[in-house]
Design a binder for this molecule. Structure first.
Ligand SMILES: Nc1ncnc2c1ncn2[C@@H]1O[C@H](COP(=O)(O)OP(=O)(O)O)[C@@H](O)[C@H]1O
Ligand SMILES: N[C@@H](CCC(=O)OP(=O)(O)O)C(=O)O
Length: 385
């Protein structure tokens, strides 16, 4: 049952948590960065001024900026016949990314603040060594007093292995650097209980104590003309951040001095409280960064062992193996109805699990010729869903 809180209590949490936030990730969407004519320089100027204000309070700030594809479209006057295909988007991002960074460099420069460009692909975060390396680089940029500006490296990203949207990328970056606050700026005032563009009765939600299926259902499958993820991916992002122990905010990117207003405790937009128990960073990475390569179907006993007794997964409880994976890959576990109950790092390849499923741990070596681990998935590498 979600805890309901009134406006006054919501305001108290907001003021306390914004005040305490030292590390902040701000994500800005294409919807507000562009106008009919080109890049929205007024919004970018406001944003830069606002970020510099935060930076000058001693906070460490990262900007995750969309807009490369939109900027590329404006630059070459690209008018798509239908939905813009992946191939065109990759080329448009290559054109627009430099336009975007040029504008940021000039704008932040006018406020005596230096910026850095960091372009990431999914594999930069899914390989643990690269993940930690990105963290080191961002920490070094903070030490240099520079504001990192991050985008997905769309031009070289492979369709099946993309973050897909910058809301997700922003949330993953927030967890990577253990940010206190993830601020998602968009073209609506916040989360409504229905799409405000189409539902006249839609009402704003000021505080979300927990991202429940009911909250997730508030976002239909709708987005702005230039946006990618819509409200759905923003809510999912807020959930990821909450699991990692951070707060999130979704609100109006066109509002003047929005960041200054937020940090002085104004009741604008939607504020998401953190979870009281923080998921350890490594488990968060397994759960949200890695893309599962397969699925195991477990019997009733194994489901109970994992979900209620905190046990590791042994071969005897596995009924079926789906997909092709190697040792070390992320694999989902489901019950017999297909409901996913956990995800974790597997110790054996799909062909080996296929051979040892339903058998006793003591039989592993005899069946496949070796035994590196008793468990197919160790509980330290396993996250319940
Ligand atoms: N419940 C909701 N509350 C607010 N906005 C919603 C809701 N459901 C869908 N939306 C849509 O989400 C859009 C914002 O997402 P998106 O277009 O991806 O923007 P961005 O480019 O900033 O990421 C809004 O313009 C609105 O049409
Ligand atoms: N990486 C893409 C943006 C992807 C994206 O998530 O867009 P948006 O929904 O506007 O935040 C770009 O720079 O155009």
């Amino acid at each position: 049952m979600t805890r309901q809180i009134d406006q006054e209590e919501g305001l108290y949490y907001r003021q306390t948590l914004f005040d305490k936030a030292r590390r902040v990730v701000i994500k800005v969407g294409s919807a507000i960065l562009t106008t009919e004519q080109g890049m929205n320089l007024e919004v970018i100027e406001n944003l830069a001024r606002d970020i510099v204000f935060l930076h000058n309070t001693g906070r460490e700030v990262i900007l995750v900026s969309s807009g490369a594809v939109a900027a590329g479209r404006k630059k070459i006057g690209y008018v798509p016949k239908g939905e813009v295909g992946m191939r065109d988007k990759q080329a448009l991002a290559a054109i627009g990314q430099s336009v975007l960074m040029h504008i940021y460099d000039e704008t932040f420069g006018r406020h005596n603040t230096k910026i850095a460009q960091v372009l990431l692909t999914h594999s930069d975060l899914s390989r643990r060594d690269r993940y930690l390396n990105v963290r080191n680089t961002l920490n070094t940029l903070f030490e240099f007093g520079v504001v990192p500006i991050i985008n997905e490296n769309d031009t070289v990203s492979i369709e099946e292995l993309r973050f897909g949207d910058n809301d997700t990328l922003g949330a993953l970056v927030a967890n990577l650097i253990e940010a206190d606050m993830f601020i998602c700026l968009t073209d609506v005032v916040g989360l409504y209980n229905g799409n405000p563009h189409t539902d006249p009765d839609a009402r704003p939600i000021y505080t979300v104590t927990e991202v429940t299926p009911e909250i997730e259902a508030m976002a239909g499958n709708v987005k702005s003309a230039l946006g990618t993820g819509g409200m759905q991916s923003k809510i999912r992002a807020a959930k990821m951040v909450a699991e990692g122990g951070g707060c999130s905010f979704i609100g109006p990117g066109r509002m003047n001095n929005i960041l200054q207003q937020l940090f002085s405790g104004e009741m604008v937009g939607t504020f998401f409280l953190p979870k009281t128990t923080r998921m350890p960073s490594r488990k968060h990475w397994i759960s949200y960064v890695l893309k599962p390569k397969g699925r195991l179907v477990l019997d009733g006993g194994a489901c109970v062992a994992l979900t209620q007794k905190g046990k590791s997964l042994l071969p005897s409880g596995i009924l079926e193996v789906h997909g092709t994976f190697g040792a070390g890959d992320a694999v989902e576990c489901s019950d017999q109805t297909g409901c996913v109950i956990a995800v974790g790092l597997i110790n054996y390849s799909s062909s080996d699990v296929g051979k040892i499923k339903g058998r006793k741990t003591g039989e592993i070596a005899a069946i496949i010729g070796f035994k590196d681990d008793d468990e197919v998935m160790h509980r330290d590498n396993l996250v319940l869903k």
